[in-house]
Design a binder for this molecule. Structure first.
Ligand code: XIL
Length: 317
């Protein structure tokens, strides 16, 4: 058995991984991606983002997103669709602003309605709003917040709910995996969406961690329970645990311990539906290009060979 088989054996819906279109020409990579013993779910790393889907106003381009969706379908894997509203990878025709409140609401809801309708019935979940918060718990002052105010969030959720009643709708962010101002603010977002009368089904904890300094299982568990108390699911949506490169035998051993720490937290919380790693091999990780001098963050190495983290996750489930 593998990671997904073990996750399902303890009542989870999936263990999954992100992937990206440019990686799909690598046949060895695609073979392991389609190994449903390990992966019961996939997330497109880039190809459902705004700049990919609607690069110019009201011009929608679904080719790359469709390729990932059909891969998941062919493999019998759940699809987490990512994402609809985010300040980053947002085309300049949106981010440059200059729209009044009503116009930007209509641009945002048009984007959501078109994309969610296109993928209707194919997404187990949608990350509706991604990274709306600063680390201090204040709202990120992006074009949506600056033009519409915090109401852009429930408006986005209502539009997504109308377009696909069966997709689970998530708020997704990082540094909300432990208690503190940002996690509290994310809980307040859940309450605000519900107060507005819109539907939110879950909160995604990205979990981009660092070897040797991940929050403890107890910390992650109690934080997840704070969200669950608001009657939403939780999911680990973008797990990776980076280290200074090159990694050593001892950092890879610690990384295994750290992967088990998060696996155990999800295992302990019945409404934690599953864990997704942010791609499965170091070969295609976003980490080295984003965090200088760091990498080796995933359970498979550059040559698609499993690292200690793989066995550690497997036995933690
Ligand atoms: C990353 C992708 O993995 C990269 O390929 C891309 O260049 C930048 O975005 N939080 C998120 C993801 O929600 O969408 C980001 O993905 C990583 C951080």
């Amino acid at each position: 058995d593998g990671l997904d088989v073990r996750a399902k054996a303890v009542g989870k819906l999936y263990f999954g991984t992100a992937t990206d279109n440019s990686e799909l020409t690598n046949t060895a990579y695609v073979a392991q991606l389609g190994n449903t013993s390990d992966f019961g779910q996939i997330t497109p790393g880039n190809s459902m983002k705004w700049d990919s889907i609607e690069p110019s106003r009201n011009s929608f381009s679904y080719t790359n997103g469709d390729a990932i969706a059909s891969l998941a379908k062919g493999n019998g894997q759940l699809l987490r669709c990512h994402n609809l509203v985010w300040y980053n990878q947002l085309p300049s025709w949106v981010s440059s602003g200059g729209f009044d409140n009503a116009t930007l609401i209509s641009i945002m809801t048009n984007h959501i309605t078109n994309e969610v309708t296109h993928y209707k019935g194919q997404c187990y979940a949608w990350d509706v709003v991604n990274e709306a918060l600063n680390d201090d718990g204040t709202y990120r002052t992006d074009v949506f917040y600056n033009t519409i105010g915090p109401a852009y969030i429930p408006i986005a959720f209502a539009a997504a709910a109308a377009a696909d009643p069966s997709a689970k709708l998530y708020y997704n962010d990082y540094n909300i995996e432990y208690s503190g101002a940002k996690s509290t603010a994310a809980q307040n977002i859940v309450k605000m969406i519900k107060a507005y009368g819109a539907r939110i089904d879950g909160v995604g904890l990205q979990s981009h961690f660092i070897v040797g300094s991940t929050p403890s299982t107890a910390t992650q568990t109690s934080n997840m329970n704070a969200f669950v108390a608001l009657d939403v699911d939780v999911a680990i949506t973008e797990l990776d645990i980076r280290t200074t490169t090159p990694a050593t035998t001892s950092t890879l051993a610690q990384q295994g311990v750290d992967y088990a720490t998060t696996t155990n937290a999800c295992k302990a919380v019945s409404r934690c539906v599953g864990v997704t790693i942010w791609d499965y091999t170091d070969k295609y990780s976003w980490v080295p290009s984003t965090f200088s001098g760091q990498g080796a963050a995933l359970p498979w190495d550059d040559n698609l060979v499993v690292k200690p983290a793989y066995w550690s996750i497997l036995s933690a489930w």
